[in-house]
Design a protein around this ligand. Structure first.
Ligand SMILES: NC(=O)c1ccc[n+]([C@@H]2O[C@H](COP(=O)([O-])OP(=O)(O)OC[C@H]3O[C@@H](n4cnc5c(N)ncnc54)[C@H](O)[C@@H]3O)[C@@H](O)[C@H]2O)c1
Length: 399
């Protein structure tokens, strides 16, 4: 089988699939491909030792050469689906993946999309694009199975996370079920690819909206002079009808800041309002500015010339992923206020041409992400004033 894209999603699926199939991992990043072929994983949750095992058993190889996927019976698409500069869905990576499949696979195969996109992508974009690039008229089977992997998470993985799927034909659905049932325990078929695509977007929109709600509530609680954390714990004693979300500097990663905008864009295209989704995105983006205002207010209203250490620039704990990280916005607002900013993150180490700074000697420390490996006491002694946006550090100021 061929897996197009060897990032968080594609490599994770490759590692599970290699137990049952001969996997060719196609990626257009030659550095990633070289590393993978040396048995070095760049993704949390995929062990280099497993990769080496599959490589020496002849079950896995990575490649940048399109012709290496020509023999595949199944192709899985796992490429980025970002937003354009104008914040509209950008399907350029999917289009390129379709071109690779269309140009190199001449026989009829099963094509499964795992990339997140708006309802209609499989039917109205992927199928016609592959057909457009196919030199010989070939009829593939098409299915969607949106990925739900949560990188860095130990309790849920490919095996025990229920997986949605739907084919464009009953045959595609059946073959998709046969494929995933080899390494996934819970498969849930839905009536159309559009339902599966919409469900994936709604799952992440649900998170974005609830995170925005709790971020707004953190600001209300502060204005009222009550603890947001104690209030949330109190509400959480209700055994039904409540789900606890915690405040933060904002949302990051490839999914939660992006997927709701896919849903809003397709909604508006169809004349349906997406006001709530749009506003949630704004509230989350505004959190960084609110936090910097709070830090400045606690420090004489002025951050000019103060040394500020931002702890944790990854978008969430225990991963090295900095995509759409709220730390970038926090650092930007601090610098706009004249603060001299450095950052500490021993999981990320290097970012935007800068290196992780020692965890000591600042006037102010702002914790954006707390990795397990970072000692709480060292954070508290790194500056006379510590503002913790995570709610995990006792003794620090916070939301
Ligand atoms: N990361 C997650 O936690 C997660 C979870 C669920 C769903 N998703 C979705 O899965 C998709 C992939 O996300 P990801 O996190 O794996 O991205 P990623 O950036 O980690 O990996 C994508 C890989 O695809 C490669 N690539 C880009 N264009 C290519 C092309 N034309 N041909 C071959 N390779 C190409 C890149 O070099 C990269 O290695 C996205 O739609 C994302 O929204 C991600």
């Amino acid at each position: 089988m061929a897996i197009i894209g060897q990032g968080y999603v594609g490599l994770t699926v490759s590692a599970f699939a290699a137990e049952f199939f001969e996997v060719v991992g196609f990626d257009n990043n030659s550095m990633v491909v070289d590393m993978l072929n040396q048995g070095q994983s760049h993704i949390e949750g995929v062990e280099s030792s497993d990769l080496k095992k599959w490589i020496s058993a002849g079950r896995y190889k990575a490649t940048t050469r399109g012709q290496d996927i020509a023999d595949a019976d199944i192709a899985v698409i796992a490429v980025p689906t970002p937003l354009t500069r104008d914040r509209i869905p950008d399907l350029a990576f999917i289009e390129a993946a379709c071109r690779t499949i269309g140009t190199h696979i001449e026989k009829s195969i099963l094509v499964i999309n795992e990339s997140t996109s708006y309802p209609g992508t499989l039917r109205d974009f992927i199928r016609p694009t592959i057909e457009k690039y196919s030199e010989t008229p070939v009829v593939h089977r098409y299915a969607i199975s949106p990925e739900r992997v949560d990188p860095g998470r130990g309790d849920f993985n490919q095996k025990n996370t229920p997986r949605l799927y739907a084919g464009l034909s009953p045959e595609a659905s059946k073959q998709t079920r046969d494929f995933y049932s080899k390494f996934c325990d819970h498969l849930v078929e839905v009536s159309s690819p559009e339902v599966a695509e919409a469900a994936k977007l709604f799952e992440n929109t649900f998170r974005q909206v609830n995170i925005a709600l709790v971020n707004e509530f953190a600001q209300i609680a502060h204005a009222l002079g009550i603890s947001v954390y104690e209030t949330l714990d109190a509400a959480n004693t209700k055994p039904y009808g409540f789900m606890k979300f915690t405040p933060s500097a904002g949302v990051g990663g490839h999914c939660i800041p992006v997927d709701p905008t896919y849903l809003a864009a397709v909604a508006e295209e169809h004349g349906a309002p997406a006001t709530f989704i749009r506003r949630a995105n704004e509230v989350n983006l505004e959190m960084s500015e609110y936090i910097v205002r709070r830090v400045a207010a606690d420090n004489g209203g002025n951050l000019q010339g103060k040394t500020v250490l931002v702890v944790g620039v990854a978008y969430k704990p225990n991963v090295a992923d900095v995509r759409e990280t709220a730390a970038e916005l926090v650092i930007g607002h601090l610098r706009n206020q004249g603060a001299v900013v450095s950052w500490h993150d021993d999981v990320v180490s290097r970012w935007k041409g800068e290196s992780s700074a020692p965890l000591e000697g600042a006037d102010i420390t702002v914790v954006v992400t707390k990795h397990d490996s970072v000692d709480e006491k060292r954070i508290l002694s790194s500056a006379p004033y510590v503002f913790d946006t995570t709610g995990k550090i006792r003794g620090a100021k916070g939301l």
